[in-house]
Design a protein around this ligand. Sequence first.
Ligand code: CTP
Length: 402
Amino acid sequence: MSILKGKEVVLGVTGCIAAYKAAELVRLIVKEGANVQVVMTESSKEFVSALTFQTLSGNPVITDIFRLFYEKDIGHISLAQKADILVVAPATANIIGKAAGGIADDMLSTVIMATKAPLLFAPAMNVNMWENPVVQKNIGLLRSLGHSFVEPVFGDLACGVQGKGRLAEVKSVLEEMRVVLSPNDFANKRVLVTAGPTQESLDPARYLTNPSTGKMGFAIARALKRRGADVTLVTGPTANSLPVGIKCIKVKTAEQMALAVNKCFENMDIIIKSAAVADYRPKKVSSQKIKKDGSGIVLDLEKTPDILSELGKKKGKIILVGFAAETENLLANASEKMRKKNLDMIVANDISRSDVGFGTEDNQVTIFFQDGTSESFPKMGKDEVADLLLDRILSLKSTCRE
Ligand code: CTP
């Protein structure tokens, strides 16, 4: 379940060319199960029609502070009070200045003034305006008061120049909303996550690998980041875009993954090994492409390092979480892996199913604990599985050792 589900979101839209992108943001927020109340400034109506936001949000759009209907039902105070988060996207230098200066002269600035909900600004403006010391001072002040910003990105600006000032990607704004709304319960925890497959070369054209896409590991890394952890992600080759704010180490082989993990494991509080590490690699890597000679071929394979087993031997107080990819005897195999690798818990999934696990958006897992208990969960999205897993890690007694 998305952290946004059931939340009351007030979305302020201010007057700049990026206002049309707020329509997509509304669509995505609604898709996550939140109720969105759009507040438009007078000048934003020059760029997008209120009807667009009304249609997408399913709620009347608020523009005028003095409309009696609004004041009776959803006036600025009740709107400010019921909001779980107030997002301003795009946010002009003007609205940032008003928020920092305590000016409340229209509906949006009045709601900003009256709310106790967290504020998230996604600025969009000309590069010179963005760099203006007054704007930066205002942003610094709002940040110091605990409010959040999704910084604009570099690119072509509406004024014809290039620079920093474009509204951040709408999905980055959505992700930052999730961060703002998430509990900060992994603050001060250093967590290492491994994800994806490894590739073990046979020759310059071929390698041994598995169908892992790294989606589960990336979901765990993102969930940890949202919940305040200091995250390091060691990932095999995947098509996932690297998450912002997470240290990423890209590797290809099991050997490289072992090296990367061993280099930083001592500094970690928690290690979550969701990578599907290849267990075998060709004993000899041919420097030239192996040619067909009409007959079959026998590959001579050797074991790769079992990274998790090695960590289990030296883990000390580190919480160690493994994954078990099984096609049969889930309970027996997963419990045995947990025991043999000295893990605090293991997350098992049945990879013989085509609707969950490798490459899919969903997973269906059973978590086994050291005390012999286990918990089975229904099929759910990988982001949801990630949050569940983190909740269970926090509930382990040893996680609360500080
Ligand atoms: N693992 C690892 N290094 C390996 C193989 C596996 O660190 N060379 C880790 C995985 O990241 C996972 C756990 O060990 O957290 C279990 O992996 P899995 O592939 O399910 O099992 P294996 O240990 O490889 O055993 P088997 O293939 O016999 O099921």
